[in-house]
Write a protein that binds this ligand. Structure first.
Ligand code: DP6
Length: 327
């Protein structure tokens, strides 16, 4: 049975940075995110009796050896659930280049989980699919429900999963992904970077702060308070990067343009435009704003040098099966 699934990448509003259980990928704190409709991974999976090893390909880019191993390991999780040993053919395609330093593991493992589970004949609930995706890459748990979601940290495999939460629809949330030209900093992947989180002297405080910020985020959405929402988003950006900068060895993901975008948004705020910044494990800034402000924010950002491109996103759906197969 050949199955294809689509899933969107997501940007964390409350960040995941540190695992309590490495093997199960149980995070040290709950996190929250927005799925991004224009950043998509599509993946087709078929378990084929004639194969002696999994055959895995990423259209136009290919996978590195380590990435193929991760995919194969994830297929093992699906095979275990389905009680099969058959190897699989997997073809995946991103709507954005993996090499651009965008988080493709979230959409990648969400799409892979949905396609592989269906191809193996499993009928998993959204929660079960989120649990499965989490084991491939933590942030992928949030791409399964899509929308605006919270990943409950949980204390076991069964209790650590993401689900959608309500948010004020009249906010008309948009995310502008501002891609930096300068990606020259030494690349430290999220998995590698967060493994060192406990070396930060601020680690324990940061974990407590994250849990408090989840509550603040939900309260701001309940009250329809956009400014309070934005304050949490930026506090979380600084919380993540404080951890990164104070780890051993220190990690500095920002480049000059990252800070220039922050400054530009702060100056826009003085002029009454409420757009907020956040950054994951790289130099690119995600600007969280409202539909009514997109044109103005974009025009201001375009005045800055050092920006490769700006990708405008709305809120994406959850992982789902589609009919158009990649092979
Ligand atoms: C900075 O989900 O990529 O984007 O579970 O090791 O695969 P693994 O990590 P990953 O980490 C994402 C880190 C982050 C923050 C976030 O998305 O919450």
């Amino acid at each position: 049975m050949k199955k294809t699934a689509k899933a969107h990448s997501n940007i964390a509003l409350v960040k995941y940075w540190g695992k309590g259980d490495e093997k199960l990928r149980l995070p040290v704190n709950s996190s929250a995110a927005i799925a991004l409709d224009n950043l998509t991974t599509t993946t087709t999976v078929e378990f084929q009796e004639n194969l002696t090893a999994d055959q895995v390909d990423l259209v136009g880019e290919g996978f590195e050896v380590g990435e193929v191993e991760k995919v194969s390991k994830h297929l093992d999780r699906v095979r275990l659930l389905a009680g099969i040993t058959t190897k699989a053919k997997v073809v995946s395609q991103n709507s954005f280049p993996k090499a651009a330093g965008m988080a493709s593991s979230a959409s990648g493992f969400a799409a892979l989980s949905a396609a592989a589970a269906a191809a193996a004949g499993l009928q998993l609930s959204e929660k079960e699919l989120s649990i499965l995706a989490r084991q491939g890459s933590g942030s992928a748990s949030r791409s399964v429900p899509g929308g605006v979601s919270v990943w409950h940290a949980g204390t076991s495999n069964e209790t650590s999963y993401a689900e959608q939460i309500e948010y004020p629809k009249d906010w008309d949330i948009r995310v502008l992904l501002v891609m930096a030209e300068d990606t020259s900093a030494k690349k430290v992947g999220s998995t590698e970077g967060m493994a060192l989180a406990t070396t930060s002297p601020y680690f324990q405080i940061a974990v407590r702060e994250a849990e408090a910020n989840i509550k603040k985020l939900q309260a701001s959405m309940g009250a329809g308070d956009w400014r309070a929402f934005g304050k949490v988003v930026e506090d979380e950006c600084f919380r993540l990067h404080t951890l990164c900068m104070t780890e051993t060895p220190n990690i500095l993901y920002w480049r000059g343009v990252t800070v220039e975008v922050f400054q530009k948004l702060l100056s826009l705020r003085e002029r009454g435009v409420m757009a907020f910044f956040t950054v994951d494990a790289g130099p690119h800034v995600h600007v969280v704003c409202q539909g009514k402000d997109v044109t103005r924010v974009k025009a201001e950002l375009e005045q800055l040098g050092g920006i490769k491109t700006i990708i405008e996103c709305g809120i994406g759906e959850g992982a789902r099966l589609v009919e158009q197969h990649l092979f």
